[in-house]
Design a protein around this ligand. Sequence first.
Ligand SMILES: [Zn+2]
Length: 336
Amino acid sequence: MCAGELCGMMHTDEGRPDGGWIRVRVPLPFSLKYVNAYLVPERDGWTLVDPGLRTPEAERLWREVLERSGIGFREIRAIVLTHPHPDHIGLAGWFQERSRAPVYMSGRAHAYAMRLWGPERTFTDELPALYREHGLPREMEEALRDHLEGFVAMVSPLPEPVFIQGGDRLEVGGKGWEILDTPGHADGHLCFYLREERRLLCGDQVLNGITPNISLVPGGEPGVLARYLDSLASLEKLEVELALPGHRDPIRDMRGRIGEIREHHVRRLEAMEAMLETPLTAFEVCMQLFGGRVNGSMHHLRFAMSETLAHLEHLAREGRAASARGADDIVRWKRG
Ligand SMILES: [Zn+2]
């Protein structure tokens, strides 16, 4: 059933396969290493959740997994996306072409994907322009643009969506899951909750071992970190025995993990506030916070810079920081 180390059966209790769910660890060419996709058995086929980034390695793995599991592409009845980041949506269109299955995602998620990778995409220009006004050196703009364009092949073809939204229900594994709007990590991010089994499909909203990236991006709704923290607060109210995330291992103590993530953001906000005794650009704050880890990688820089902007925006909302545009057209931040 397993394809080497990259795929494993889900277990809720020691040794007991859980309702036939298959977790497939789809490889990623980033430090995250893999994304969790889930194959869920249905009466007449399978539902596929978050199929992963489109790379030759991922395609090869999927062909192996399906063959070893005896699953034909046409037996995939539905494809469900928690959110539109490339490591989750990338293979959705590839699977849709082969299975002809509907791809369920939120309208906001689809709009985001179109802005980044659709034929009339604008993000490739908008993101470098945003970073530029926040201090990104001009010589890095072109590399950032190339980096963004490099994702188009890894998410193509984009799927034809069927829109779902918070408050609706979706049948997965023969059971009615509640759809929850959980913005913050991505616009249009959805979680899926099976109340009677206290189980949550949580995408990248809550992760073990790593804190989900919170990014301020052009065209996003304002207050991204506030919206993320609100989403965590709404999830915290749920009874959850097992949360199935988009990366790393399943989460048993979701409330405990939410508490740790919240604490992480409190500490980061305090650290940034302390830096702003002297005015700094977001890029300078980013380098002080993440410099060593960015290490010349555009991929890391993008996460670090948007995470920095999200926290600065949050400090400004709380009256703890303020920004001003200089004569050089660059925005600088200082303590509020
Ligand atoms: Zn992810």
